[in-house]
Design a protein around this ligand. Structure first.
Ligand code: SAM
Length: 330
């Protein structure tokens, strides 16, 4: 098991399978972004090797993300292969949901039991303003298709003051009517972070106070192993739950258990750090390979920072990390 200098251990790895996305969310990636050449992107067999290494290092949860993971050719087959090879792995996917139509049953059969779908608004026109594409109903239908197929759905909503803070009643209603988790994530100053400013932060506590006026919320105590960064609340009398993820106002660095691998094979030990350790050259080197990668991961992880310290140092001076979230994978 990988342990760092703050006695935190890594049990969760996120792999970005592509830096390409079919949306250009205003807070995430610039429209003029240039993509990596194909040869710089980890091949599926390389990702498989890294996931195998993660298993050896006692990582129990893996998330596949992007860019938009479903935009990569062969992604569903890859998911099936990962599930077949590592059936006991808690395998998750984060997607914008725009390319899911008609795939939910196949995904369930491929072993996907849980999916995170990013959706910041229930207003179709606003969806287009945020993402640059008129695809709200495609995503909304995908949520229903996944639920119908038996896939557990978490909706991730970036909380944006002045953009979606007027939609709390509708978003709560979505979680009240449907057996899903709707989680608000504070807007982070990452990458170009279009329009990030302190005034844009709709904090977790502000959301909770407002939500308590609209619904009867009961805090959920999750078992330690299932606990994530979200504070979860059941909506009494409803089917679903809401959650609050507060990387800015109430950080969870002390229990951070994750590492991120970018689409080009860069290891990132903290979302708020610009430090990236290149795994690809070692992975592709005929004499180094996976053993060298293991050593890089172990050594780099030792120095995994406490992100809130970096945030405190840098916040207010623009982005705290200069790579776009679409390249890191969220
Ligand atoms: N394309 C996939 C999707 O949309 O879910 C996966 C990649 S996306 C970068 C992962 C998550 O990061 C999304 O939920 C997105 O809303 C979130 N995200 C991007 N930029 C963010 C920011 N500045 N602050 C908070 N969350 C952000």
């Amino acid at each position: 098991m990988i342990t760092d200098n703050f006695q935190r251990s890594v049990s969760y790895m996120r792999f970005s399978v592509t830096d390409r996305c079919n949306l250009a969310c205003v807070y995430c990636a610039r429209k003029d972004i240039s993509y990596l050449p194909h040869e710089d992107i980890l091949r599926y067999e390389e990702l498989m090797k890294l996931i195998g290494l993660a298993r050896e290092l006692k990582v129990s949860k893996v998330r596949l993300t992007g860019g938009e993971p479903f935009a990569r050719k062969g992604f569903v087959d890859f998911v099936r292969e990962v599930h077949a090879a590592y059936g006991d792995l808690d395998l998750r996917i984060t997607t914008n949901g725009t390319l899911l139509a008609g795939k939910a049953k196949a995904l369930f059969q491929a072993g996907v039991k849980r999916l995170n779908i990013s959706l910041d608004t229930l207003d179709a026109a606003k969806f287009e303003r945020i993402t640059g594409r008129d695809l709200f109903w495609t995503v909304r239908k995908a949520v229903d298709e996944c639920l119908d197929a038996g896939i557990g759905v978490k909706i991730n909503t970036v909380a944006l003051k002045g953009v979606n803070d007027d939609e709390l009643p509708g978003l709560l209603e979505l979680a009240r009517k449907n057996p899903l988790d709707l989680r608000f994530i504070e807007f982070m100053p990452i990458g170009h972070s279009g329009g990030w400013s302190p005034e844009r932060i709709w904090t977790a506590d502000q959301i909770l106070d407002a939500a308590r006026n609209l619904a009867d919320l009961e805090p959920v105590q999750e078992p330690t192993e299932a606990r994530g960064p979200a504070r979860m609340f059941r909506i009494r009398g409803g089917a679903g739950r809401i959650g609050l993820i507060s990387p800015l106002s109430n950080h969870f660095c002390a229990t951070c258990n994750r590492l991120r691998i970018t689409a080009s094979g860069g290891l990132r030990t903290c979302l708020f750090s610009d430090r990236e350790y290149r795994l690809r050259p070692a992975l592709r080197h005929p004499k180094l390979g996976i053993e060298k990668v293991r050593r890089i991961i172990e050594l780099a992880s030792k120095n995994k920072p406490m992100g809130f310290m970096l945030l405190r140092e840098k916040i207010g001076s623009g982005a705290v990390c200069h790579t776009n979230m679409s390249s890191i994978g969220g």
